[in-house]
Design a protein around this ligand. Structure first.
Ligand code: SAH
Length: 272
């Protein structure tokens, strides 16, 4: 599968030559790396983890590489809390990174556990607790591993901006379904896969507006809502809501609602 325009020749010196071109069609299944410890197949892309590890020190820099996550945090937390009031709930933040979402969920009165497969982001998350005084239980684990030990433990599972970074997102969804209690709620946020999302999320956000660092996303890993719904239904989850997340380059603000062509959030409930 092609990852970019040829670097030499006609396009060689052009700005466009740096943009990875999209390949239309279905998301290609990838072979997950096998877990060395033998506990479960680790659904991890080492390159993705390395990317986040290198940026971990600036995770809480509001104007740094994770500015977009800081900017959308209020919206996504408000979305979750608006649909399922979080006070007193047990919440899992899966793929918590440096803890931007986890801390905000905890501030609403939830008892929050954050797991991540990356040591560096997790170290930053733990360190930040000392600064903020927030309370979050952070663990180094993959979704699949953690589902073995904490099955059915959470009222709410939030998995935001992770599915588009793993080889097998369906496996993450299945682990989330195991981790939530029957009747509990799940929230996913990710990027759709179509020509418009390539234009907006890669060309626009990474190359033109620089909203996120170049190379943050790989188009072929984007997830269509219909795919996410399919994986979820297969493990007993029922769709409650689907909404778009939009950036307005003129006002430099984000908003929820409208179409789901690029960024979107999905709310599911475990019915079985
Ligand atoms: N969910 C957070 C951080 C998103 S960045 C937020 O939205 O604010 C993606 C995070 O997923 C990174 O911290 C990375 O280390 C982690 N990650 C990547 N692959 C993972 C996997 N297979 N299991 C758990 N975490 C993973």
């Amino acid at each position: 599968m092609g990852e970019g325009f040829p670097r030499k020749g006609l396009y060689g010196r052009l700005f466009l030559s740096r943009i990875p071109y999209p390949v239309p069609g279905a998301r290609m299944p990838e072979t997950p790396m096998k877990e060395q410890s033998g506990v479960s197949p680790a659904n991890i892309d080492p390159e993705e983890l390395a990317k986040f590890a290198s940026l971990a020190p600036i995770w809480w820099d509001r104007n740094g590489a994770f500015k977009a996550l800081h900017d959308i945090n209020g919206l996504r937390v408000g979305y979750i809390d608006g649909r399922v009031p979080l006070a007193g709930k047990t919440v899992l933040d899966l793929g918590c990174g440096g803890g931007i979402l986890a801390e905000a969920l905890s501030a609403l009165g939830a008892s929050v556990t954050g797991i991540d497969a990356g040591e560096e982001p997790l170290a930053v998350a733990k360190l930040h607790l000392k600064e903020s005084g927030a309370k979050v239980d952070y663990r180094l684990a993959t979704a699949e591993q953690f589902a073995e030990e904490a099955s059915g433990r959470f009222d709410v599972v939030a998995c935001m901006e992770l599915l588009e970074h793993v080889p097998d997102p369906g496996s993450i969804v299945a682990a989330c379904a195991r981790l939530v209690k029957p009747g509990g709620d799940l929230f996913f946020a990710t990027l759709n896969r179509n020509p418009k999302s390539f234009l907006f999320a890669i060309v626009g956000a990474e190359f033109l507006l620089r909203l996120v660092k170049r190379g943050t996303h790989s188009y072929r890993r984007f997830v269509k809502p219909v795919e996410l719904k399919g994986w979820s239904q297969a493990c007993g989850l029922e769709l409650q809501d689907l909404t778009g997340l939009h950036y307005n380059p003129f006002t430099r603000t984000y908003s929820l609602g409208g179409n789901t062509h690029v960024n979107y959030l999905m709310h599911f409930r475990r019915v079985s």
